[in-house]
Write a protein that binds this ligand. Sequence first.
Ligand code: GUN
Length: 289
Amino acid sequence: MGAKIISGKELSASLRAQIAEETAKLPVRPGLGVVLVGDNPASVSYVTAKEKACRETGMYSREIRLPAETTKEALLGTIRELNSDEAIHGILVQLPLPKHIPEKEVIEAISPDKDVDGFTAINVGRMLIGEKCFLPCTPHGILKLIEFAGMDLSGKHAVVIGRSNIVGKPVAVLLARKETNATVTLCHTGTNDLKSYTRQADVVVVAAGRPDTLTGDMIKEGAVVIDVGVNRIPDETRPSGFRLVGDADFESCAQKASAITPVPGGVGPMTITMLLWNTLESAKRHAAR
Ligand code: GUN
């Protein structure tokens, strides 16, 4: 195995130390409102990790856990309260929501000034046209990881697999910005002959939500692999009964890649770190007003 491991855990630790230092210096304490509806196990574990990260960096976090039967109106009411709460600078509604609640309507109810996930149409639009905005956390974390790995993507070919609003589409937009200057191909479930694209890639970002989407035979020698997948695979040898794997087959990709992000410990911790980053940024703007 020749690939360098790009540790999101290590980069997160250094960024979180920096965030904690800045948090301590601010005249206002950055506050994050975290809303979880229902008890989806993956969502509970994400939300718990986000709250712990807030505490560890000295931020204030307010958890609002609502039952799965919560009505849309009640949830919108909660968001309105957080929108007008001076102690809250960032609002996060954990997705997915139960099926009876329309996600789009809920996201758009979040004040764009507190939308630290960068999910509202206003922030997505600002990102697309290159205006100041909250960048979505996972794509922002991926940019930081690429920078941390010392990669210059200018003129290089980046292949993104996945077209979600949360990862695939924004990653493609951000990699193509002048600052990064990559040539981007966006592949998805409708792509014919996926490996004909991935084999040309200098960097592959795989965010397909399916294990083994990317295997070693699909990449060129020396490529960089950024694995966004978080898939729970049954594993009776673990006390939890499962283990986490990414969307890339780590063993075969690591044989050929020059660098690869692990799962866990790669992109995952960066998502939370960039959420803290955006919350700090929001609090700084609040303090400056
Ligand atoms: N569900 C999966 N990823 C995310 C995320 O980054 N933010 C929110 N709010 N929900 C998610």
